[in-house]
Design a protein around this ligand. Structure first.
Ligand code: NAG
Ligand code: NAG
Ligand code: NAG
Ligand code: NAG
Length: 400
């Protein structure tokens, strides 16, 4: 009898277990159409999306937020966690941003905040409709300009993935990663016209363990930019251009500026970009450190500044007297450029201008083959305030 009843209990437990497992395995779909979203390019679907999010986020299992094929007009939205379970945000269709200036006077179009275990995917499009904002952007002359919305922002997001997405014509940066940990971005295609202002592809700040791979980024500003507090960043199989290339910085302007370290860029190409690999720090700055960076197996085609370290960055002089000095107090060290080849559209293919106050240390150039695509002689290199080493092939002749 005792045996029989305990057998019964075990059976019930097994059944409960089974129910729990199937519950965990089959995701629940939250289709925005069931919340009133209409793909007619006219209806503002902001409210419908937020209601669908609230339900999806409150569900304790695997949620799938589903945007079907079709074009959905969407205003500024923030999808805020934490959520009860895991979240897949599936974009099959096209999300279209608004075009009325009074509605886009915000820094975010689509925001994700305080989340973990998020996946954003689906092969769909984010259409930022930037053409209505670019003529209003005077940020190169006016420091009180904007704001203009970033197409997709991730703030305080952990252990998440973004893949198979297309972003076109953002009004500002396409993707921003801030205060995140362990994120990967792959198979994304980012496009905006060559002359569109501030349309960075991916912007990273105060984040650790970020991977960007297998992507194509053609835009008006930086392909990828890594700002202060970027650590353990791995970028590979990315094709950039047009645009301003991959940059670290500008560093040295915020108080308690977090260090940058552990940057690895490999197997990437730059086609017709302004810069290739660039590290920039403000001409006058507070103390900071940028170290342990490796750039390897990089192809350049007609790039204006293929390799550039600029510690005199001052786009709109005067650049003041930060930290009591007019030169940069950002220490750059342990930086390696390995196997970089192709063409430069300017004569100076390598330009390393470090700080007088804090010279660069341990800069390595190994197997460099950059030719000048123009008349009037071969490519050259220019260095100041640098300590470092050169190995293997050096074309142009090294200046280290
Ligand atoms: C992300 O991770 C950090 C520390 O690793 C933690 O403090 C934070 O609460 C996490 N955020 C979420 C939304 O899980
Ligand atoms: C990073 O996030 C992925 C999910 O995208 C997870 O599988 C992996 O365990 C995480 N790694 C670390 C070190 O937290
Ligand atoms: C390098 O990147 C190209 C595309 O940019 C890709 O086709 C190739 O597989 C990559 N090679 C390696 C070794 O990762
Ligand atoms: C050289 O420059 C011309 C003119 O900008 C360009 O069309 C061509 O593709 C460049 N060639 C190489 C090998 O970079």
């Amino acid at each position: 009898m005792a045996l029989k009843s305990s057998f019964g209990i075990v059976l019930v437990l097994i059944l409960l277990c089974f129910i729990d497992i199937t519950h965990g395995l089959s995701p629940k779909l939250f289709d925005v159409r069931n919340y009133g979203a209409i793909a007619d390019e006219k209806t503002d679907n902001t409210q419908a999306f937020l209601e669908a999010w609230d339900d999806a986020c409150a569900y304790g299992g695997r949620s799938r937020f589903y945007i079907p094929p079709g074009t959905f007009l969407l205003g500024s939205v923030s999808f805020v966690g934490p959520c009860e379970g895991t979240m897949a945000f599936l974009i099959r269709g096209t999300l279209k941003a608004g075009t009325q200036p009074h509605k886009f006077s915000t820094d975010t179009w689509i925001g994700f905040r305080y989340l973990s275990d998020l996946t954003v995917k689906g092969g769909g499009y984010l259409d930022g409709q930037g053409q209505v904002a670019w003529p209003l952007n005077d940020c190169s002359k006016n420091s009180h300009c904007g704001p203009f919305p970033v197409s997709m922002r991730f703030d305080f997001v952990n252990n998440s993935r973004i893949h198979h997405l297309r972003s076109i014509d953002s009004k500002n940066t396409h993707f921003s990663i801030f205060a995140c940990y362990n994120m990967s971005i792959s198979h994304v295609r980012i496009t905006a016209p060559e002359d569109s202002p501030n349309t960075d592809g991916v912007r990273i700040g105060v984040s650790t363990k970020i991977e960007i791979s297998r992507s194509v980024i053609r835009t008006g500003d930086d392909c990828i930019s890594m700002l202060s507090g970027s650590k353990d960043i791995d970028i590979y199989d990315v094709s950039c251009g047009p645009g301003h290339g991959i940059s670290v910085g500008s560093l040295g302007r915020s108080h308690g500026d977090e260090y940058v370290s552990g940057i690895r860029i490999r197997n990437c190409s730059f086609i017709g970009t302004d810069n290739g690999l660039r590290i920039k720090t403000w001409a006058s700055s507070l103390y900071s450190l940028a170290s342990n960076m490796i750039f390897e197996d990089i192809f350049m085609q007609n790039v204006r500044n293929p390799i550039l370290i600029d510690q005199q960055y001052c786009p709109f002089p005067p650049c003041g007297n930060w930290g009591g000095s007019s030169s940069s107090a950002v220490q750059i060290k342990n930086v390696k450029f390995r196997n970089v080849w192709g063409t430069s559209s300017s004569k100076i293919a390598i330009n390393i201008q470090c700080s007088r106050m804090m010279p660069c240390r341990n800069i390595e150039l190994e197997d460099i083959n950059l030719a000048y695509n123009g008349s009037g002689g071969a490519a050259t290199s220019l260095c100041s305030n640098v300590k470092g080493f050169a190995f293997g092939r050096q074309r142009p002749p090294g200046c280290l």
